[in-house]
Structure formats: C-alpha cells, structure tokens
Design a protein around this ligand. Structure first.
Ligand code: DQA
Length: 146
C-alpha cells in the first residue's frame, strides 16, 4: 500500500473546541481516524502527525522523503508566513496537497496569500473535515493516474 502522511500544523490539535463556527466540531483525533479508515478503503496507508512548531513540521516533511508517496498538509497559519515550510515542500520532491478546513479566501486578507500553494500539486479548502477525505482521494488519483 502507498504510504501517505497527513500533517497538521499549529493550533489544529485544538479542533473540536477551537472556533467551531469556523472549523467545525470534529476533533483532530476523529479526523485522523477517518483518514486512516478512508485511506485503507482506497489502498493508502495513512500516517498522521501534528505539531505546533515550524521546525518540527519541516522535520516531518524531511522524514517523509523516501518513506511516503505523498503528503497532505494543513499548515495552519504557517501557510501564510513560512518560507521555510515552502522550501521544505520543494526540497522533498513529493506530491503535496495543501488543505484548509475553512475557505481562506472568504476570510481576512492576510489569509488570502499561501506561500506553499505554488509548490503543492493542488489545494482543497472550505469543506471542513470532509476536505481530508477529498484530499486523500485527490492524492490517490494523482499518484495512480498522474
Ligand atoms: C486553516 C486556515 C488558516 O488561515 C488558519 O491559520 C488555521 C487553519 C484552516 O484549516 O482553515 O490555523 O489552515
């Protein structure tokens, strides 16, 4: 089975209680369990990680090189600020799908810019927790059909 890393960034450990009107009521543990189950149903082994630290997210991306076939990342606020995360995504030369629970384009102007989008194969946002399932389907399609 192809190995996929589902990587969540800062403050996403608080999902379920964090601004549920924006991010929904589903916890990160529930999202991760759904990702593992859905991944298995479409032939993907899903590995999940979360960190609030920029450097740790970069370490997870480096570790994915050579072990994972692709990555789904919700980089949280680092999406809008982190050149280092963008460089890490470029460096590992793996297909990476950028994901957001909310539609960042419908929010504050500072969320309209993604520094990582240009180095990702695609972006899924605005569909809440369902977006992770959509992202798994998308990366499976990308890996198997190009
Ligand atoms: C987010 C959107 C980001 O702008 C924000 O900083 C987050 C969550 C989302 O999933 O909608 O932490 O990535």
């Amino acid at each position: 089975m192809m190995q996929i890393l589902v990587l969540n960034g800062p403050n996403l450990n608080l999902l379920g209680t964090r601004e549920p009107e924006i991010y929904g009521a589903t916890t990160l543990a529930d999202i991760e369990a759904d990702c593992v189950a859905h991944g298995a149903s479409i032939g993907l082994t899903v590995n999940c990680a979360q960190s609030n630290c920029e450097g740790s997210l970069i370490d997870h991306l480096h570790a994915a090189r050579g072990t994972m076939s692709g990555v789904i990342i919700n980089a949280g606020a680092y999406t809008h600020t982190s050149v280092a995360l963008r460089d890490a995504i470029s460096a590992i030369a793996l297909p990476v799908v950028e994901l957001h629970l909310s539609n960042t384009h419908a929010r504050e102007a500072f969320r309209h810019i993604s520094l990582i989008a240009p180095v990702c194969v695609g972006v899924i946002q605005g569909f809440g927790a369902r977006g992770y399932i959509l992202a798994l389907d998308a990366i499976k399609g990308h890996l198997t059909r190009g």
